[in-house]
Design a binder for this molecule. Structure first.
Ligand code: MN3
Length: 198
């Protein structure tokens, strides 16, 4: 039976400042992510879930078993989210990825604007994404815990727009958080790696 575990952050909690504070990461990683893991493991046991991977659990529980889906999907969303961030104000995008962004999404500036708009446009809680859909890059958004894999999309870059991800640092200013994220907090090497592995 799958046992969800909290991964260490791949950086120190104060290393994303000033764009994301240590206080936010402490709450978000140590408390919020941990709660999804605790509840996810409980529901996996209670429901005798026997899939071999976290991704399979998410796909098979989608629209069928909400407690399992919500917690396991949020777990994989957050594992992804920690990995795609770094303190990267130069924001240099590896050239192969940049060419693909230019050809599939118009330009880097257009991609960034569409990503921000997707995050602003997600009513309530959820995520905005750069995904690969049938070999093509797309910007999407999902509600609540939904991971793009339930739509057959491969997530390359996801941003958490639940209030717990930005309220400490940005209060209600979700657009400012999204702009800081896409301009200064993306580990584009990791996004390129996600594309290569897709
Ligand atoms: Mn979160």
């Amino acid at each position: 039976m799958i046992n969800l575990e909290l991964p260490d952050l791949p950086y120190s909690k104060d290393s994303l400042m000033p764009y994301m504070s240590a206080e936010t990461l402490e709450l978000h990683h140590d408390k919020h992510h941990m709660a999804y893991i605790t509840n996810g493991n409980k529901f996996i046991k209670e429901n005798n879930i026997n899939e071999n991977s976290e991704e399979e659990i998410v796909i098979n529980s989608y629209q069928k078993n909400l407690p399992v889906f919500n917690n396991v999907s949020q777990h994989i969303n957050h594992v992804h989210f920690w990995q795609v961030m770094s303190n990267n104000p130069d924001g240099k995008i590896p050239s192969e990825l940049e060419s693909k962004i230019n050809s599939d999404l118009g330009s880097v500036d257009q991609m960034k604007q569409d990503f921000i708009n997707a995050g602003i446009g997600q009513f309530g809680s959820g995520w905005c994404w750069l995904v690969l859909n049938k070999g093509k890059l797309e910007i999407t958004k999902t509600p609540n815990a939904e991971n793009p894999i339930v739509h057959g999309h491969i997530p390359l870059l996801g941003c958490d727009v639940w209030e717990h991800s930005y309220y400490v640092d940005y209060r209600n200013r979700r657009p400012d958080y999204l702009k800081a994220f896409i301009d200064n907090l993306v580990n584009w090497e990791k996004v390129a790696e996600n594309l290569n592995n897709a």
